[in-house]
Structure formats: C-alpha cells, structure tokens
Design a protein. Structure first.
Length: 425
C-alpha cells in the first residue's frame, strides 16, 4: 500500500493511473461480449456462470493467465506448471494499473467468487493466496478504488474497507497475525482529502478493534461482542424465541425427518471439509415458501416479530434473516465476519449441541437447548463441529441493531442494499 497511508495525506492525488494489460478489452467485456468471445473459442476465464462455477451473480470473472492457471489446476503436482502460473500472475501484478484487472485478479486468487476452494485448497498461506493479497493491496491504492470515499456514502460498500477486511481475514486464516495487524493499522490510519468528503486519519475506515472489521460501518452504535441477558430489553426477539422454543423444536425436528432435501448448502466458500446446510425462512423482507409450508406455526410467530424496525432501510440483504442451520460433525468453518455492524446474530440451540463450538473474537461459546446467544456477527467468528456427536442444529435470526434510528441515514441517499427515503436523507 501507499506509504502515505500511515499518516494523514491526500490519497486522492497520491497515485497516477497507468495502462493495464487488458485496458482495451475491459470496455467490451459486458455479459453479451462474454458470450460472443466464448462462441469464438477464446478462453477468457477459469470459471463461468454457464458452468455454474460462480456464486457472484452480478458480473463475470474474466482475467489474464487463463492458460497458465488452468494448466496448474489440472496438474497441481507438476512443479513446472505451478512455476509458469506464478510467473504469469506476478508479471500481471507488477505491470498492471487497470482497476478491473486488479479487482478480478483479487477475486480470482482469493476465491471470492468461486463455488469451491481453488487456490487455497492446499493451504491458506500458499503463494497464490499471498499474491492475491498483493493484488488486493494494489487495488486499494488505485484511484478508482479510493474514489469510493467520494462516490459512495458511508452506508454503501466501499472498495478499501471491503478488500482490507477480506485481506486481513485471509492473513488471519493463514496464521499470519502480525501481517494482519500491520494491514489493519495502515487502513485504520488512512486519511482522505477528496472533492466531496474529507476524513482525518482514523475516520475514513473507523473500525474500533482488530477483530471488528465490517465493510460497512454505521457510526454511533454500541459495539459489544455478546449481548448479555440484561440487555435483552432492547432485543425482544431473544425472549420471544425462548418462550416459543417447543414450537420451533417440533417443526424443526419434523423438517429434518420429512423435508431434509429442502436444506441446501450454506456458505460453501467458508469451509473445505464437512457439511453445512440451511433452510431460509425469511430473506429480503419476504417469508419464504418453506417458512409457510414446512414451519407454519413458527412462521406465524415470526410474522409478528419481523421486521423489527419497519420503515428503516437495510444496509444489506442480510440485515434481517431467519434460517435453520444444520452442521454435520467434522465441519470446521474458518474465521469470517458479517458485512455491517448494524446486524446482530440471535441463535437458539435446538439439537446435537454437544461438542459444537462458536468462537467470537477468540472467545469460545457453546449452545444450550432452548437458550439464546445474542452476538454481533460483524466481529471475527468461527464455528466448528469437530467434537460433535451428531448434526448440530440451531435457528439463527439476523436482527437489526436496536440503536438504529432515522438519524443514522442523514447525509446518505442509499445504503448498499437500497435507496433511502428522501425524508431520512
């Protein structure tokens, strides 16, 4: 990253844009152009939507070094193919100044878009992952990335905090804590002197803890890893779940017996071994068909409780959700964190809880049958079932932070998820 990141500087003019390896091609790489190029036989990407290899639906993942990387993936045990692939991507890293090229290479090498683990399959600290982080660092220095501080409001997902979060998590999962701390501190000390907004050091990305780095930060909210029972007056969902546990348990048990096929893969990119499945009951302000048909009594209750703050815009499509989650014994989910600090995770334990562990900011918690754990999902967390005796089953309600109020939207025209009503702007 730019050396100036350690002190208040005008990063808006600190860098110049050079030519990218694919500068001429980016302008034509709309989805319809991808189809045309595919029809001509041009190999433009390792993974495609056509082959259902990507989970990022809003864009294709086109990039250089396709031939070299494909040869490596097809023959990982041949040193020469690995060397050629690494040489190619490192040449791109050294030469490229193209925003989209840097962004796509970051997504590719850090496995951000693919359904399965590809480049970190043989270790979280290998050369491909580390080169991906270097692409992310170079991307964060790019003027088009930095311009998000002017072009996007604080409730939208900005380039620098997003890729800084991703990169620090990659370092943490590789066991490279000092490198993660160095990157965290450099980003925290970033200043911005743009045409629209100005931030002194520490205000552009106002994270408050090394293990609390969401890409969207809503100012003025209480930060606490776990919300103890004495705070539940602000979280009525907690008592509501416990009071109605027998209904939830009954319908969940029935679903696992008669509707097991309704449970699908959950966040497959966060674990390499095991099985983690869920069934969504409430998403994007809609109660699902599964909620109505499989969990009718629970669904009727949820409709009384959600949304928790009608009329307030959401920062993310995850702002409020309900799902039942099943984790198979032997599953180990890596450290990750949620998108915004205005989303709390409310868990209630249902079955198979013995041996299951939840780690929030390096502190370990366990579930109890019929009991709630309320915690902030924007802190680093990890979950595993390495010592489970059977499938662990819980219900999770994602819940808007109780401090959210209309004043938090002042000065913004939209969030990452939706437009803000004019009367709140």
């Amino acid at each position: 990253m730019a050396k100036g990141w350690a002190s208040p500087v005008n990063v808006a003019v600190a860098l110049a844009v050079g030519g990218g390896l694919l500068r001429g091609a980016w302008k034509t790489w709309a989805p319809e152009a991808a189809v045309q190029q595919a029809e001509t036989g041009e190999d433009i990407a390792l993974f495609t939507h056509t082959d259902k290899q990507l989970h990022c639906l809003d864009r294709e993942l086109r990039h250089p070094c396709v031939k070299e990387l494909r040869s490596y993936i097809d023959a990982r045990d041949i040193p020469e193919t690995k060397a050629l692939a690494l040489d190619c991507i490192k040449d791109v890293l050294a030469a490229s100044r193209d925003y989209w090229e840097l962004k796509n290479m970051t997504h590719l090498l850090l496995d951000l878009d693919t359904v399965d683990h590809v480049f970190d399959a043989d270790g979280r600290d290998n050369e491909f992952v580390m080169t991906g982080i270097e692409f992310a660092k170079k991307l964060m220095e790019h003027p088009e990335c930095l311009d998000d501080f002017d072009e996007k409001g604080e409730l939208e997902c900005r380039c620098v905090p997003l890729f800084a979060k991703v990169s620090t998590l990659k370092y943490k999962n590789a066991g490279m804590i000092e490198e993660a701390k160095e990157l965290y501190n450099r980003v925290r000390n970033l200043a911005w002197n743009g045409k629209v907004r100005q931030y002194v050091a520490g205000e552009a990305v106002p994270w408050d803890d090394f293990m609390h780095t969401p890409q969207i930060w809503v100012r003025g909210l209480r930060s606490q890893k776990v919300w103890p029972r004495e705070t539940w007056g602000d979280l009525p969902i907690c008592k509501q779940l416990e009071d109605n546990f027998e209904t939830i348990r009954e319908e969940t048990a029935k679903s696992l017996h008669t509707d097991a096929d309704s449970y699908g893969d959950a966040y497959r990119f966060l674990y390499s071994k095991g099985e983690w499945n869920n069934i969504m009951l409430y998403h994007k302000r809609q109660f699902t068909d599964e909620c109505e048909a499989i969990f009718p009594k629970t669904c009727a209750l949820l409709k009384k409780w959600l949304p928790s703050k009608p009329g307030l815009p959401w920062t993310s499509d995850q702002n409020e959700q309900v799902m039942v989650i099943k984790m198979k014994e032997g599953t180990d989910v890596e450290t990750h964190s949620g998108p915004s600090n205005n989303i709390l995770n409310i868990h209630i334990g249902i079955s198979g809880l013995e041996g299951a562990k939840l780690m929030i900011a390096n502190e370990t918690y366990t579930w109890e049958e019929g009991k709630v754990i309320a915690w902030d999902g924007s802190y680093d967390h990890r979950v595993h079932c390495l010592e489970c005796k059977q499938d662990r089953v819980i219900m999770m309600v994602r819940y808007m932070h109780p401090d959210m109020a209309p004043e938090h939207y002042k000065g913004s025209v939209r969030t990452h998820f939706e437009d803000i009503p004019k009367e709140m702007q």
